[in-house]
Design a protein around this ligand. Structure first.
Ligand code: NAD
Length: 494
């Protein structure tokens, strides 16, 4: 990608952005605006509408009306497929513009954003567009005088609440299957990273998605997100974000219409390196990139490095060396490996975790502090803390920043026990050349995804979902579709 094109796009004025309701740009009902800060330099980039509960209710009403009159759900599958394919094409055609816009309010390094954001969003939407006319109902094994049919029907109105780390990618994980199945959607992007997702929603309308089928409302989670959670007219709520918010959404559902709630939450994912790993140099490099890309703001990041004691010192030195070679800085430079932390609040929280780790006996062997402060942006040196014990805060709590905790182990049993010693279960990895051990680790470590001799990179053909307090249900793959359909039985006396 050409740096000059990126530089031209970064110089463009941005926004202001309003809600997208019923196919129109709409300001907040009380005229409220929110400043959007750029994590690159801490300046005000633009503003978005600061939504009110009334705005959210208007968006939900629009989605409901669109669903009930069948303007989307009632279209033939081939017609829905055509619109979604066109949308994916438009995302691809605008990929660089979308990626740069996204980086300007979320801070992800552009080299990663280009792949993980528009590229992956378009691929996801295409995947579900291709699938939508290949899904069948079922006929049950009934006595001959009865026909038992199982229909898969759209659920109606889907509320989708998205975090700031990969807004387009995660947005598409929800929008692709939800829209493919004929639902209407109300989208609530993160307050600190909404711009690229709002633009992506506009492109859906350009592609021919009828007005009201996809609405997007910006604003504070505690205002518009809460209004969505408490709505009596949202049928399914899909969420990616923190456990604290996920817990609230379950409460909202219980206090309102008992809507189905699917949560993709955080993790404290163990990356387990055995002395018999096939390539320890490769394992060290991947251990570093598996936690530090996007400044650690990756739900599946390998934030706990468990290393067999016999290779601990040598391996940790190799990880530190790989880490120190990573270029941290301006996320809009193609040669930047780690961009900005999304917000000052997140940066301060990360620094707090390092302080706590040190006070609990951890040794900070590289990084540990804020850097490039003169830019006004929110940058942190990738940080490795060794001697982290099983019960230490750094072993138990998700940082969601560029902080890696390292713990040694002696046996496979101890590695498994350490791996399973948190409330989370999102991802993990084991590095070993022993085939039996590799499969034992896949079975024994309680996670939604277990990597062997690699970290990350699982594509859209496989599900991503957590166990324990990492969530329920799955994004990606055909399994994600289950969240967006109701099963209806027809029991027919013949
Ligand atoms: P967050 O929970 O603070 O915010 C997520 C979304 O929830 C935002 O849109 C926010 O506005 C909204 N929200 C906040 N309060 C709300 C409320 N009271 N009611 C309704 N909505 C509300 O999370 P975040 O800081 O944006 O994201 C980071 C978290 O997301 C991390 O824990 C990370 O691990 C997790 N994550 C998980 C996955 C996954 O697939 N499992 C992927 C990416 C991120």
């Amino acid at each position: 990608m050409d740096q000059t094109e990126i530089d031209a796009l970064r110089a463009r004025p941005v926004g202001p952005f309003d809600h997208l309701i019923d196919g129109r740009h709409v300001t907040a009902s009380d005229g409220g605006r929110m400043d959007i800060l750029s994590p690159i330099d801490g300046t005000v980039l633009t503003t978005t509408a600061a939504g009110t509960a009334a705005d959210m209710e208007a968006a939900i009403a629009s989605a409901r009306a669109a669903f009930e009159d069948g303007r989307w759900a009632g279209q033939p599958p081939a017609a829905r497929k055509k619109v979604l394919m066109k949308w994916a094409d438009l995302i691809d055609a605008n990929a660089l513009e979308l990626a740069v816009l996204g980086v300007r309010d979320n801070g992800t390094e552009i080299s990663m954003a280009l792949k993980a954001e528009p590229g992956s969003a378009a691929a996801t939407i295409r995947y579900y567009a291709e699938a939508l006319d290949k899904l069948y109902g079922e006929i049950a094994a009934t006595p001959r005088d009865v026909l038992g049919m199982i229909h898969k029907e759209p659920v109606g109105v889907v509320g989708a609440i998205i975090p700031w780390n990969f807004p387009m990618m995660i947005g598409a994980w929800k929008l692709g299957p939800a829209l493919a199945m004929g639902n209407s959607v109300v989208l609530k992007p993160s307050e600190t990273a909404s711009l690229s997702l709002m633009r992506m929603a506009e492109l859906a309308l350009e592609a021919g998605l009828p007005p009201g089928v996809l609405n997007a409302v910006t604003g504070a989670g505690a205002v518009v997100g809460e209004a969505m959670g408490l709505s009596m007219d949202v049928d399914v709520l899909v969420f990616t974000g923190s456990g604290a918010t996920g817990r609230r959404l379950m409460e909202y559902a219980a206090r309102s219409n008992m809507k189905r709630v699917y949560l993709e939450l955080g993790g404290k994912s163990p990356n387990i390196v055995f002395a018999d790993a096939p390539n320890l140099d490769e394992a060290a490099k991947v251990a570093a990139s598996g936690i530090f890309r996007n400044a650690g703001q990756v739900c599946v990041a390998g934030s706990r490095l468990l290393v067999e004691a016999s290779i601990h010192d040598e391996f940790v030195s190799a990880v530190a060396k790989a880490t120190e070679a990573m270029r941290v800085g301006d996320p809009l430079r193609m040669d930047t490996f780690i961009g900005a932390v999304n917000s000052e609040a997140q940066l301060n929280a990360n620094l707090g975790f390092v302080e706590t780790a040190a006070s609990e006996g951890g040794q900070v062997i590289t990084g540990g502090g804020r850097i490039l402060e003169d830019t006004g942006g929110y940058y942190m040196a990738p940080t490795i803390v060794t001697s982290v014990t099983r019960d230490a805060t750094l072993s138990q709590k998700e940082v969601f920043g560029p902080v890696l905790g390292v713990t040694p182990f002696d046996t496979e049993e101890e590695a498994i026990s350490l791996a399973n010693s948190t409330v989370y279960g999102l991802a993990g990895a084991a590095w070993t050349a022993n085939l039996g051990r590799a499969h034992r680790m896949v079975r024994a470590v309680r996670t939604g995804v277990m990597h062997i001799n690699t970290y990350g990179g699982a594509d859209g053909t496989v599900p991503l979902g957590g166990v324990g307090q990492s969530g329920n249900g799955s994004d990606k793959s055909l399994h994600a579709i289950e969240k967006y359909v109701n099963l209806k039985t027809a029991w027919i006396k013949l």
